[in-house]
Write a protein that binds this ligand. Structure first.
Ligand SMILES: [Zn+2]
Length: 100
């Protein structure tokens, strides 16, 4: 199976940030709770007890002094994608892919 990266639009990234706040997620390296939201990697049905597709969403700690700013979080599809937004998903085309 080929890993598939999904570029998130502004609304989806905002939902991710909301989900992070709900989970009180913090950077494991500097304990900050502010992140830039990157692409989402499709994982499929990861959890047997969750009737939803899961994604690993790339995060980057916004603390410039952070020793390891790259991290990620596993979220269910419904946590950051609405029905209509899901229809608009596009594949990541590589660096320089234009953003909204
Ligand atoms: Zn950090």
């Amino acid at each position: 199976m080929r890993p598939e990266l999904t570029v998130l639009d502004a609304g989806q990234r905002e939902r991710v940030r909301r989900a992070l706040r709900d989970r009180k997620l913090r950077c494991p390296h500097c304990r900050r709770d502010r992140f830039e939201v990157g692409e989402a990697l499709y994982l499929g049905f990861l959890f047997l007890d969750e009737a939803t597709d899961a994604y690993l969403v790339a995060l980057r700690c916004t603390n410039r002094a952070c020793p390891l700013p790259r991290t990620g979080v596993t979220l269910g599809q419904e946590e950051f994608m609405g029905q209509e937004e899901f229809m608009g998903q596009e594949e990541f085309m590589g660096p320089g892919h234009p953003e909204g």
